[in-house]
Design a protein around this ligand. Structure first.
Ligand code: GLU
Length: 323
């Protein structure tokens, strides 16, 4: 039996905001309550979007909140070999093909798909009618190594994948109907998010994944890759409702500066932030401070609202100590 393990997987594409903080806090509290190992992973494959020092800032923000972990941070870019091996394995099974469509969706494949925009279904334009193994895949991590740069897609069958989300119950996803053949390597010869996350969850021994429910759609793709790469056992998934701005959209820059680093620089005490997160988790019915330790002890999924929660002006005023 493998050690129960979860992971914290920040993307260093910007500073962590209050919505990220809530997800990480719940992930950590559940892990510590259940005696899981907590692995740290910096998801720095997101090419041009990665910002200098955002990894260090994310680590400082998490520590400031009182979150800890049990491994050295795994930086995806440090070694692309595990992704190349998985890619080669898909190739050997004749499951991938090059795609030269220049859709923005192909460019977006390096990031976890959090956007509000609906992902389009790829209609299979470049899917070959017969053997794909004649085309040699590029060496992973050698940008420009291809004479005719192409992204690589994986052939997905028209069948349903079933799993049970720990919070949201039974889910059925037909990946072919949902997004079609999806991208596993980008034109820059880097692993796409969907491939990288599966390879990493498997090699870090992850048994429990906790993340925002904007990624629940991705779980079908990830479970399918687990199966094709024979990487089992698969983790248990728990997808959390998101934190929204007052306009009903996913909390983001457009809602003002909700970065943890900004509150930290303004001298806001972390117990205020944790108290707000606790309120969003149904642990408090008013604004009050709370320590990480209190949060860890009192958090329970039973109290967690099943709907998205809203970050209000009053919440912000409370954080910065205004009446
Ligand atoms: N690194 C991703 C993010 O910060 C998380 C991906 C995942 O949990 O699967 O959005």
């Amino acid at each position: 039996m493998s050690t129960p393990t979860t992971r914290l997987a920040p993307s260093p594409t910007g500073a962590l905001h209050l919505g990220n903080a809530r997800t990480f806090m719940i992930n950590w509290a559940l892990a510590r309550q259940q005696g899981q190992r907590v692995a740290m992973r910096i998801e720095d494959l997101d090419g041009p979007r990665v910002k200098t020092n955002a990894d260090k800032l994310a680590i400082e923000d998490l520590r400031w909140l009182g979150i800890d972990w049990d491994t050295q941070p795994l930086y995806q870019r440090h070694d692309l070999t595990p992704y190349a091996q998985a890619f080669a394995r898909l190739h050997a099974q004749r499951l991938i093909y090059p795609c030269s469509c220049t859709r923005s969706e192909v460019r977006a494949a390096q990031s976890a798909p959090h956007g509000d925009e609906h992902e389009l279904r790829y209609p299979g334009t470049c899917r070959p009618s017969s053997d794909t193994t004649a085309t040699h895949p590029p060496a992973m991590g050698v940008p420009g190594g291809q004479t005719d740069p192409a992204a690589w897609r994986v052939v997905v069958p028209d069948e349903s994948i079933v799993f049970t989300d720990e919070l949201q119950g039974p889910q059925t996803i037909n990946v072919q109907q949902q997004v079609g053949d999806f991208v596993v390597a980008t034109k820059d010869s880097l692993p796409a998010y969907q491939l990288a996350v599966v390879v990493d969850d498997a090699r870090q021994g992850v048994t429990h994944v906790v993340r925002g429910d904007d990624l629940i759609r991705s779980t079908g793709r990830q479970l399918w890759l687990y199966r094709m790469l024979e990487l089992g056992p698969i983790p248990q998934y728990l997808h959390l409702p998101l934190v929204l701005g007052e306009d009903g959209r996913r909390l983001a820059k457009r809602h003002g500066d909700t970065r943890l680093a900004t509150y930290r620089q303004q001298g806001v005490d972390p117990t205020r932030v944790i108290g707000l997160l606790a309120r969003w988790c149904g642990l408090l019915d008013h604004h009050a401070a709370m320590t990480a330790d209190e949060f860890r002890r009192s958090f329970t999924l039973d109290k967690l609202p099943r709907q998205a929660v809203t970050f209000t002006r009053q919440d912000h005023a409370w954080l910065i100590g205004k009446p």
